[in-house]
Unconditional design. Structure first.
Length: 280
């Protein structure tokens, strides 16, 4: 008997060498017994649509999308899920004939990591999120669905934080207070502080007062694999003992995509364990 032909998936980006997605999805396929092949696809900056067209013609079933193509994928999709519409960006696509279904699983992956893996329920808590770019935008509705007491968006460019706060407040199903402020206007202590700014990519410290951290709270950097970032170091110096980076979010958003494609949800613990970089 011949082996079945694997269904083909890929992650597309530029650059793409650094992507952990092939490792993660190959591990998920082994765990769940799915026959699939998952590769890296490099596309020129002006060549997203042509590369995806070619992948689909060759029988590709679905794709993850990483920088800088999340907006290209948004434009390419024929069917945008609410998560992608709210995020204004796409990180997973599924191909069915001439239909291109598009999702954004980053926010739901973050919330699953917080609530399930890190045992940090958000309901009734004060939550602060740093940054008002794409990462924050994707996280807002999943965070609000957990019914925190309050969600504050803080950003250097205050107008961007305010615009996102208004957008999120209008689109949420509940009535959680959402505000957008500048760093100097922050008041009080937060139970959960999330760094969704890109500061950790350049090893910069956001202008965050250490007084926002409660010692029993959680400080979470959405960046993955940078160790103890300046943000996490500030939290540690302020007495926070529960520190985390985005490794769990990375695994959980991948698990969401995998379940969407294959109809089976993999356990993420082994992948998170393998990809964890110590916070030192
Ligand atoms: P992404 O899609 O990764 O969120 P982005 O859309 O470029 O990236 O947004 C980056 C966010 O990080 C912005 O909110 C930016 O703040 P400004 O809007 O004021 O520029 C924020 N950011 C980047 N570097 C920062 C730093 N050193 N301190 C604080 N915020 C920073």
């Amino acid at each position: 008997m011949t082996d079945p032909i694997p269904d083909r998936y890929a992650v597309i980006g530029n650059p793409i060498e650094q992507s952990k997605s092939p490792f993660i999805h190959t591990a998920f396929a082994q765990l769940t017994g799915q026959v699939m092949d998952y590769s890296k696809l490099f596309a020129p900056l002006d060549g997203f649509a042509a590369a995806v067209d070619a992948f689909r013609v060759s029988g590709g079933h679905g794709m993850n999308v990483t920088a800088p193509f999340k907006l290209d994928a948004f434009a390419y999709a024929t069917h945008l899920a609410p998560s992608a519409q709210m995020a204004g960006a796409v990180n997973a696509m599924k191909f069915e004939g001439d239909k291109v279904y598009a999702e954004n699983f980053d926010g739901v992956g973050l919330v699953r990591d917080l609530v399930c893996n890190l045992q940090c329920p958000l309901q009734g808590r004060r939550v602060l999120i740093l940054g008002a770019g794409g990462a924050t935008r994707g996280a807002l509705l999943p965070l609000l669905a957990e019914q925190p007491a309050e969600l504050v968006i803080v950003n250097r460019t205050v107008a961007k934080a305010q615009a996102l706060a208004t957008l999120a407040y209008q689109h949420q199903t509940g009535k959680v207070p959402v505000t957008g402020v500048g760093y100097e206007a922050l008041q009080g202590v937060f139970d959960v502080v999330l760094n969704a700014s890109s500061s950790s990519l350049t090893a910069e410290l956001p202008p965050l007062p250490a007084s926002v951290f409660g010692t029993g709270g959680l400080a979470y950097d959405l960046t993955y694999g940078k160790g103890l970032t300046p943000f996490l170091k500030l939290a540690q110096q302020a007495g926070v003992t529960h520190l985390a980076d985005g490794v769990g979010m990375l695994a959980e958003q991948a698990a969401e995509a995998f379940a969407w494609w294959r109809g089976i949800r993999p356990d993420t613990a082994a992948v998170i364990h393998k990809l964890t970089v110590p916070l030192v």
